[in-house]
Every structure is written in structure tokens, then in C-alpha cells.
Design a protein around this ligand. Structure first.
Ligand code: ATP
Ligand code: MG
Ligand code: FE
Length: 341
């Protein structure tokens, strides 16, 4: 049994053919990084148009690689929430059209649940649920209690910027390119993480919520001082850039680790799943591993290529199929989610 999974929630056009056991038979990802780079962020209209051009070739490549014809599929799965409206629409319309043409059942995937399910895919046999789940992506920073892959209880989330968004904005302030997370992390490795005393917002407020916009403003002031907007003409030494990146990264990671660890100890589960692009961050992985050792819990993080957007994590659709959780052909997109659902 194999299914086709389609992912187009943001700026990655992706398709994968995955078996019931989670084996990947075919996969294709078209990234749009080059298209959005000069804007320092994803431009929704450009993203939607690029998805439209790429979606069918990407699906075709995944199917061809797998040696599977449309009529051999068991189902077609697509991420219908959350994400950019225009981007989601392209994937959902493609999935519905193919489901109709090939007479296949349709499955609607929650992209955030899929990000956490990537952790399950990284384990061969062991069931990783129940667990606390931390999503740290470009659009979300959310803690869940995960009873199983599709039964998640919202604990808390960011009240303003997402962690990945903060990385991208700091990268833009320092002209480090887009997407910024990888670049900021690269610079941080050569910097002094105590050069700047950046705020750890909400670290000790007792909630499971996060806030990163104050940190972003603190970084801005550290670079240009209050009142100035103009980053392009700034001349910062490489050492200062590295120090800003290292101090910023430390502030983000400190809060993520402190809050996650508190949630784990309060919820009584002994396992943590981490998903989303920022889960690829080495400092976060290292500090979570240290916390896990001290507090005696297990951390499961997918390999970096499964942390950022991909269609392989759409294998979560098998769990929905097992529960007869199918969508109908009038499936609509849900761009924003209330409290992560
Ligand atoms: P969402 O899943 O919330 O809809 P998204 O799909 O755009 O958002 P992802 O693809 O999961 O987000 O992650 C992209 C984010 O991860 C970007 O903000 C990027 O800067 C960040 N990122 C990627 N690698 C790293 C890294 N090594 N360190 C820090 N951040 C990183
Ligand atoms: Mg992306
Ligand atoms: Fe994502």
C-alpha cells in the first residue's frame, strides 16, 4: 500500500510516495529560497505562483521515482492547514483534482501534527507517543501534549513572533541572507554568546507561552541604536555580527529549553518530540540533550531534512486512514489556526 502526500503550506512545493510502514518510495522538493531571498522573507503572492508552476512536475517526479501510477495509489493526502492561503490552495486543489480523476480517497493533514510526526518517522520501530511536542518553525512556536500522532492537546505558544521568524528577521537586519536560521547559526558558532545581554522574555512567567518580539527589538537596538531604521548602510565588524548572532541564539534556545523542560516535568511524560525548521539548530539540539540527561527524559528529533518542510512527514495520513478520517471533495483550506488546531 502506498499513498501520495502533497505539501505546499509555505514556500516548499513537495510530494512524496510513502508506504504504510513509512518507507519512502519517491520524493521531490522544489524550494523557493532564491525567489524570496531579496525580500528577506516569503512573499505570499510569489509563493502561490511558484507552487502553481511546480506542483504537477513535483508530483510527477515523485510518482515516477517510485514507479507508481496514479491508479495504484491507496489515497492522496494534502496539508490543508495552517499556512499561506494562496500556497495551501494550490496543494489542496491539485490533491482534490487528482483524487477525483483517479477516484482515490482524500486525506487532509494538519501540517503541525506532521512536523511532530517526523520524529516518529526517524525511529524504526519504537512508538514515540505519548510525549510533549515542541514545534519551532518559521510560523509557529508551540508546545503540545501529544497523546498520539493526531490527538494533540495545546499547552501554549508564542504570543507574537515565532522562533524561526526571529532568526529570519535577525538575519535580515545583519544582511545574512534568507532563510536566515542557518546563516545566523553559522555566524553564532564563531561568536561570544555573552557579548550582549538579550532578554529571555517570559522565561519565568509560569506559562507555556513564548514571546520573541522583544528580543528582536533588543537585537535591533544593539545593532543600530533606537530610532534608526537603516540596516543596509551599517558597517559592523565580523566579530560584532558573530557576537550578536551567538547572543541572540543563546537567548532563544535558553527560553525554548527552560519552557519545554518545565512542561515535560509538569505533564509527567518522559519524552520530547521536536519538529519544525529550528529543530535543525545545533545549539538547541545540544542544550535539549543536556536537559534531558539532567531531568531524565528522552528527546526525539528528526534529522534536519525532515525538520524543515517536506512531504514525507505526510505519512501521518496513514494514521488518519486507520481511523477512517477522510476528507471530501469540498475540502477547503484553513490558513490560520486557533490555539494550534
Ligand atoms: P510553519 O511550519 O510554522 O508553517 P515553515 O514551514 O515556514 O513554518 P519550517 O520550514 O518548518 O517553517 O522552518 C523554517 C524556519 O526554520 C525558518 O525560519 C528558518 O530560518 C529556520 N531554520 C532552519 N534551519 C535553522 C537552524 N539551523 N537554526 C535556526 N533556525 C533554522
Ligand atoms: Mg521553507
Ligand atoms: Fe512547516
Amino acid at each position: 500500500d502506498v499513498l501520495l502526500a502533497i505539501e505546499s503550506t509555505c514556500d516548499e512545493t513537495a510530494a512524496a510516495v510513502v508506504s504504510r510502514g513509512g518507507r519512502v518510495l519517491g520524493e521531490c522538493i522544489a524550494t523557493q529560497e532564491k525567489l524570496h531571498e531579496r525580500f528577506g522573507g516569503v512573499v505570499p503572492e510569489i509563493a502561490a505562483r511558484a507552487h502553481l508552476e511546480r506542483i504537477l512536475p513535483v508530483i510527477d517526479t515523485a510518482l515516477t521515482q517510485a514507479g507508481i501510477r496514479g491508479r495504484d495509489l491507496h489515497a492522496i493526502a494534502v496539508a490543508d492547514r495552517p499556512g499561506l492561503a494562496g500556497s495551501l490552495l494550490v496543494g489542496v486543489v491539485a490533491a482534490k483534482s487528482l483524487a477525483l480523476a483517479w477516484q482515490k480517497p482524500l486525506v487532509a493533514i494538519n501540517h503541525l501534527h506532521a512536523h511532530l510526526y517526523a520524529c516518529q518517522l526517524s525511529q524504526s520501530d519504537a512508538n514515540v507517543y505519548p510525549a510533549v511536542g515542541l514545534i519551532v518553525s518559521g510560523g509557529h512556536t508551540t508546545l503540545y501534549l501529544c497523546h498520539d500522532p493526531v490527538d494533540l492537546e495545546y499547552l501554549g505558544g508564542t504570543i507574537d513572533d515565532a522562533a524561526g521568524e526571529a532568526f529570519d528577521k535577525v538575519a535580515a537586519m545583519l544582511s545574512l541572507g534568507f532563510p536566515g536560521g542557518v546563516e545566523v547559526a553559522r555566524w553564532a558558532a564563531r561568536g561570544n554568546d555573552r557579548a550582549f545581554a538579550f532578554p529571555r522574555s517570559k522565561q519565568h512567567d509560569g506559562s507555556d507561552d513564548f514571546s520573541f518580539s522583544g528580543l528582536k527589538t533588543a537585537v535591533r537596538y544593539a545593532i543600530v541604536g533606537p530610532g534608526r531604521q537603516d540596516f543596509a548602510t551599517l558597517e559592523l565588524s565580523d566579530q560584532t555580527k558573530a557576537d550578536v548572532c551567538a547572543s541572540f541564539e543563546a537567548a532563544v534556545v535558553d527560553v525554548l529549553v527552560a519552557k519545554t523542560r518545565k512542561a515535560i516535568n509538569r505533564c509527567g511524560v518522559r519524552r520530547l518530540l521536536v519538529g519544525g525548521g529550528v529543530a535543525a539548530n545545533q545549539r538547541l539540539r545540544r542544550d535539549l540533550a543536556t536537559a534531558a540527561e539532567q531531568d531524565d527524559f528522552e528527546v526525539v528529533i528528526a534529522p534536519p531534512e525532515l525538520c524543515t518542510d517536506n512531504a514525507v512527514m505526510g505519512a501521518i495520513a496513514w494514521k488518519q486512514i486507520d481511523r477512517d478520517d477522510f476528507a471530501t471533495l469540498d475540502l477547503d483550506i484553513t490558513p490560520g489556526l486557533q490555539r494550534g488546531f
